[in-house]
Design a protein around this ligand. Structure first.
Ligand SMILES: *Cc1c(COP(=O)(O)O)cnc(C)c1O
Length: 327
């Protein structure tokens, strides 16, 4: 791989550990399940965005920016991680969050405030529709703002997940892994893992569990993942190109849509907590683990398989869902 002048800054603790979920696996009568603990990256409660931000904010520093702007849902893990990274690097941080200010700020929102970010409430928009206006206002005040893309999903962010697979190779014999299962939402994790799998010529199946209802044109989320994987490949001067057949995006578990917790998520969170002492989150990893459990129960995964579940973080939002979680 030839990488053009890429500056990375250290924001977390790597490699993240790998745990084996022996009790959960035997309770389900299922395959061997390993878990890659990106919930333990360390940056203000961790998560997959740490890997992306190491490269994206490296770029912001190189470009001498003093302010970052990003967007997300009120309980965005990406925004909380960006706020923490900005504090660490002493950058001003502006977060554009969907919805209205709630009466009580808890979960990730509480942390965004503690970390000193400035919050702009965006009503129905949660994907950064209001960023250009805020960008211009900051410019007019003499700031040098830098826009961190939604979910950190651009070529730099996705490249963080090529590096993650490189890291995985140093930890275990990936020839034995039959599936890598993870939550897919803004697509950077998925695109980076796809490119890494191709670069390292791996055979396992990469199964992204779609989290978010695709409300735009048909298959546009799938297309955007493939597009980002191709752009990232071009970015690192690789000739690899992807098409529809290279993507596995499972859409069976979207339920009532983004951030709406259902029976499947509740059960997955409770089982993982009680059998393994590991906390999942209601929006992403709870849904992805719910999918994995269903694939075991319905026979799509068997005892012959060896599954690696990528824990992408998110547990701080449990506190914002206190009313709907099992007790
Ligand atoms: C952002 C996020 C994801 C999804 O990653 P993408 O790269 O946006 O697809 C999964 N899990 C958690 C906890 C996240 O915060």
């Amino acid at each position: 791989m030839k990488i053009k002048s890429l500056s990375k800054i250290d924001l977390g603790f790597f490699p993240t550990p790998i745990t084996q979920l022996t009790h959960l696996s035997s309770a389900l009568g299922g395959p061997k399940i390993l878990m890659k603990r990106d919930d333990l990256t360390g940056l203000a409660f961790g998560g997959n965005k740490t890997r992306k931000l190491e490269l994206i904010l490296g770029d912001a520093i190189t470009k001498k920016c003093d302010t970052v702007i990003t967007a997300g849902a009120a309980q965005s893990n990406h925004c909380r991680q960006t706020a923490a990274a900005a504090a660490q690097l002493q950058l001003e941080c502006h977060l554009v969050l969907g919805g209205q200010a709630p009466k009580v700020a808890n979960g990730n929102l509480l942390l965004d405030n503690l970390l000193g970010s400035t919050i702009h409430w965006a009503g129905c928009n949660r994907k950064g529709e209001d960023i250009p206006e805020i960008f211009e206002q900051l410019k007019a005040k003499g700031k040098q703002p830098y826009v961190v893309p939604y979910g950190g999903s651009n070529e730099l962010g996705a490249y963080g997940f090529v590096r993650a697979l490189q890291e995985l190779e140093t930890q275990l014999d990936t020839e034995e892994i039959s599936h890598i299962i993870f939550a897919s939402s803004s697509g950077g994790t998925h695109a980076g893992l796809m490119l890494g799998k191709a670069l390292f010529d791996k055979k396992y199946r990469l199964v992204g569990i779609n989290i978010d209802k695709d409300e735009s044109a048909a298959n546009s989320f799938a297309k955007s993942i493939i597009n980002l994987a191709n752009k990232t490949s071009h970015f690192i001067d690789s000739d690899i190109r992807f098409s529809d057949k290279d993507l596995i995006l499972n859409e069976d578990y979207i339920g009532d849509g983004y951030g709406v917790i259902g029976q499947r998520e509740k059960e997955a969170i409770a089982l993982t907590a009680r059998h393994e002492g590991i906390l999942l989150d209601p929006v992403y990893t709870g849904r992805a683990m719910g999918g994995l459990i269903d694939m075991i129960r319905s026979g799509k995964l068997s005892k012959k398989d060896k599954v690696l579940f990528w824990h992408t973080g998110g547990a701080p939002s449990l506190f914002a869902y206190a009313d709907s979680l099992p007790t």
